[in-house]
Design a protein around this ligand. Structure first.
Ligand code: NDP
Length: 332
């Protein structure tokens, strides 16, 4: 059936300014790393994307290699854009990235100009777009001069194939160098995409300070620790079809009794506050004003809706934050 967007889609979402740029992003964005490849059900993916857009989630995050197979998430997203969302293109922020393995040979990964330029063009083709809003260097390349990688990003922006440049998975020092190189090419760095959750706090050790000083936004990926910070695994079972059951990036073996104890303790704190564990995890990230957006994944619109409930809930209270802090300090 033809899609018409919910006319109240902007009423409940909050938008945060991305660093010192002119761009605002929704507090919750949706990523297509999993669940949107050729092996996944198209209608489920479409329903999830449209439910997100209907709720004010106007930022969708991709990368050249998302699938599987690599590239297929961009094709799926292009199909949904073409069939449903094209009339709303100016309301949508699409990001993609290049950095990880994409094709064979020496030019199919990392940060050379050769790879980034070719990958940008291939991503646009797969999505059927003239431009993306944000193009990221997906990871730092130890063997390519930062000026080459950032020079390619800046040229992609100058060519109009991306409106903004971003970096992902760069540490504090690498970020400083990348930001300075990008600035020297006249294409300021808009945003850093970094992993961050209650179970993974590395960005607090310097990176967030760098981003704040430089006026760069921060979007956090795997905020639910790939599903650990939801109701998915709390009873210790590995549900069929869940990410941990697929033996990919989330290993069933990492779900130890100690971790389960911590997750259940966090879930108790969530329940006391009338929240779910996923909304607690999202609100905990949003407590920091330096964070622009929380980049979640969802394998169904039901999961998405549960997570979006966080937006309309009150901020975490001082007591909740204290209890969470104590729980996170406890040794796993
Ligand atoms: P999350 O931590 O949000 O994990 C999402 C997964 O958790 C879902 O696919 C689902 O897994 C499970 N889940 C989510 N909500 C619920 C719920 N309410 N109840 C039960 N289970 C739930 O994020 P991702 O790890 O998926 O990362 C999000 C995005 O971040 C990616 O799509 C990508 O865009 C980006 N990313 C960027 C990276 C980078 O290097 N720059 C690296 C990784 C991600 P399931 O149902 O399958 O069990």
């Amino acid at each position: 059936m033809a899609y018409t967007a919910n006319e109240n889609r902007y009423d409940s979402m909050t938008y945060r300014r991305c660093g010192r740029s002119g761009l605002k992003l929704p507090e919750i964005s949706l990523g297509l790393w999993h669940n949107f490849g050729y092996n996944d059900d198209y209608e489920t993916g479409r329903e999830t994307i449209l439910a997100a857009f209907d709720a004010g989630v106007c930022h969708f995050d991709l990368a050249n290699n998302y699938g599987p197979p690599p590239g297929s998430a961009e094709v799926t997203f292009g199909r949904i854009l073409k069939n449903d969302l094209l009339p709303y293109r100016d309301e949508i922020i699409v990001s993609t990235k290049a950095g990880y393995d994409m094709w064979q040979g020496p030019y199919g990964e990392w940060g050379s100009r050769k790879y980034l330029m070719a990958s940008m063009d291939a991503s646009l083709k797969r999505m059927g777009l003239d431009y993306v809003d944000i193009f990221y260097s997906h990871r730092p390349d130890p063997d390519t001069p930062i000026e080459e990688t950032m020079g390619a990003l800046a040229d992609i922006v100058r060519q109009g194939k991306a409106l903004y440049a971003g970096i992902s998975n760069y540490n504090a020092e690498q970020s400083k160098n990348a930001v300075s190189a990008l600035g020297s090419f006249g294409a300021p760095c808009l945003i850093h995409q970094a992993s961050y959750s209650m179970l993974n706090r590395w960005i607090e050790d310097g990176l967030l300070d760098v981003l704040e000083n430089e006026g760069i936004g921060c979007i956090c990926f795997s905020p639910l620790a790939q599903g650990l910070l939801t109701g998915r695994y709390l009873d210790g079972a590995i549900p069929k079809g869940s990410r941990a059951s697929r033996d990919g990036f989330l290993k069933a073996s990492s779900i130890t009794p100690q971790l389960l104890k911590k997750l259940n303790a966090l879930n108790d704190i969530a329940k006391e506050g009338g929240r779910t564990l996923s909304s607690l995890a999202i609100k905990w990230i949003l407590r920091d004003r330096r964070i622009t957006s929380v980049l979640i994944g969802a394998s169904s619109s039901a999961q998405l809706k549960e997570n979006l409930a966080a937006v309309s809930q009150p901020a975490l209270s001082a007591q909740e934050l204290e209890k969470i802090g104590k729980e996170l300090q406890a040794v796993i």
